[in-house]
Ligand binder design. Structure first.
Ligand code: AMP
Length: 558
């Protein structure tokens, strides 16, 4: 049986932090590495981003830090500033309950802030080799108390020419230290570095030789983390899957994703480890009988359940390893049926994708995230099919031929037909061919700090709401920086808020419903500025998603 976190001899406060992050069980790299590091071994681990490697070294460090001693006890070296910040953040989150102080130290950031942090005393420093060395030379970073050193993404550090810096640093830490070297690949140069600095290192390799055989088309899309929701909804809109499972890594992600999808009009059942068995069965039933079109699940929660064959599996997060991948996609394409499996990969996780591909002896097909044009074309296609069906069945003529005739006497029949289609497609509140503000954001629109969008709020001066209330709600309820908010125009019963595009997307995603002056306020994208300023308030562009029937079977992506 797979070990649990509790089996790994982690302390209670560490287990609490893990639970708060929503990790349900250790990934393979974690279950293999954590015990070795806790026993004090040096470790040479082959693992990519996306396998959970950060927690694999962070948890033993957090467990062993003596919080009462405010000096540097662990040093993590990472190739890039981005990774250093990411690792520091992860360690901060995992060490929060224990009160671990972590400081990222990287080139490009002013020394002042780092010096202040170092003076205050921190337990863990996460840095790029160059900057760490600078601090050592200036005498502002004392490594004499370091007990554990981690070399994260060691192959990349060597590729970037950091080998001398790394050796300089390793020569400065006490002899009695533990070293964990993590690397996606282990070429000779890594072997030789390990030989010189690691003592009797334990090798950890996650190797599998599993093969996939089914009718499932396996695809991946490359997408930035922040664009995942948009990408998923676009694919859902394009494909209209009749049943799909979306796998997420954490419980929290399952909750957040299902809430966002529900707010956008999809019916989703969410299951994870905190949901008890009977509730899970109930939710699963709603998925089986089609009341919920999507099942959002962690891998662990989905494992023991009898889930029917689905048309689509989405790996919203890339799986830890090939076994998990095969297990997840095995939910579709069963018994000779066709299925689609789409894996979301962030640019950083491309290495992990290649690793999985190698293990399953198969390359996933790269597909593009559908464009708004694809979706518009798809909607028209569905609408066209529905109209043709209504004509062919005679139903339209039975009920409306009289009305159609009388309208045709006064108006151009083509205009009448267009108006009828417009109304059938949701009328003024529907989604028509124009591209909504959110969709544009991720495409041709500039996304720099200056790129602004406008949001429409259904509250205004008449409700006693002031611009300050808008700023407060956006910052407190949607987590937006005040600086991202531009001009706020208050009208009688509505307001228009200029806001940076990225922040606008966050507001729409996190807080379609805000509270101001004790009232619930709905936020939607506003129309273009010229239209918005005219008398009538703009229509809501993003109401409940109109479900354009009939649905057809799976279609090709891209
Ligand atoms: P890493 O490979 O360290 O970059 O981790 C990739 C992602 O997996 C991060 O977003 C982690 O928060 C997440 N993660 C790490 N360990 C687990 C786990 N045991 N269960 C679920 N998610 C995890």
């Amino acid at each position: 049986m797979a070990p649990t976190f509790a089996d790994l001899h982690l302390s209670n406060d560490v287990l609490k932090a893990i639970d708060a992050l929503g990790f349900e069980e250790p990934t393979p790299i974690q279950s293999q590495t954590i015990p070795l590091l806790l026993q004090g071994h040096d470790v040479l681990a082959q693992a990519q981003t996306g396998t959970g490697k950060t927690a694999a070294f962070a948890l033993p460090i957090i467990q062993s830090v003596d919080v009462a001693k405010r000096h540097v006890q662990a040093l993590v070296l990472a190739p890039t500033r981005e990774l250093a910040v990411q690792v520091a953040e992860a360690m901060h989150n995992l060490g929060r309950t224990k009160g671990i102080a972590v400081l990222p130290v990287y080139g490009g950031q002013a020394y002042d802030r780092q010096l202040q942090g170092l003076r205050n005393g921190v337990h863990v420093v996460v840095g790029t080799p160059g900057r760490v060395m600078d601090h050592m030379r200036r005498g502002t970073l004392d490594l004499s108390t370091v007990r554990t050193v981690v070399l994260d993404e060691a192959d990349e550090m060597l590729d970037m020419g950091f080998v001398e810096d790394i050796e300089f640093i390793l020569n400065a830490v006490p002899d009695e230290r533990q070293i964990a070297l993590f690397s996606a690949t282990v070429p000779r140069r890594i072997e030789s570095l390990a030989k010189r600095y690691l003592r009797d290192p334990q090798r950890v390799t996650i190797s599998h030789d599993a093969r996939t055989e089914s009718q499932t088309r396996q695809m991946y899309i490359e997408v930035q983390y922040r664009d995942k929701i948009e990408a998923l909804t676009r694919i859902l809109d394009l494909e209209s899957p009749s049943s799909a499972i979306v796998f997420c890594r954490t419980k929290r992600e399952v909750d957040e994703l299902s809430a966002t999808l529900q707010s956008r009009g999809y019916t989703a059942a969410a299951i994870h480890g905190d949901i008890n068995q009977s509730q899970r069965e109930r939710l699963l039933q709603s998925f089986r009988d089609g009341r919920a079109e999507l099942l959002i699940a962690t891998e662990v929660a989905a494992r023991g359940l009898d889930i029917p064959d689905v048309t689509h599996v989405f790996n919203y997060d890339i799986p830890d390893d090939a076994d998990a991948y095969i297990h997840r996609i095995g939910r579709t394409g069963r018994m000779g049926k066709k299925g689609d499996a789409v894996t979301f990969v962030t640019p950083r996780e491309m290495g992990q994708l290649r690793f999985i591909e190698k293990q399953i002896h198969k390359n996933l097909r790269h597909v593009a995230v559908p464009t708004t044009g694809d979706i518009a074309a798809r909607r028209q296609e569905v609408l066209r099919a529905a109209i043709v069906t209504a004509i062919e069945s005679g139903a339209a003529a039975t009920y409306y031929s009289g009305l159609a005739e009388s309208l045709a006497k006064e108006h151009d029949p083509l205009q009448v037909a267009a108006a009828a289609i417009y109304l059938a497609n949701g009328g003024p509140g529907g989604r028509h061919e124009e591209v909504s503000a959110v969709e544009e954001m991720h495409e041709s629109q500039p996304t720099g700090p200056g790129a602004m969008a406008r949001l429409y709020l259904d509250t205004g001066r008449e409700h006693g709401v002031r611009p300050q209330d808008v700023v407060n709600a956006f910052t407190a309820e949607a987590g937006i920086a005040p600086a991202a908010i531009g001009t706020i125009d208050m009208f009688g019963d509505f307001s228009l808020v200029e806001i940076e595009r990225k922040a606008a997307a966050l507001v729409l995603e996190r807080a379609a419903l805000l509270h101001m002056h004790g009232r619930e306020v709905t936020v939607t994208p506003a129309r273009a500025k010229s239209e918005a300023k005219t008398a009538a308030p703009p229509p809501r562009d993003r109401p409940k998603k109109p479900r354009t029937k009939p649905r057809t079977g799976p279609r090709t992506l891209a």
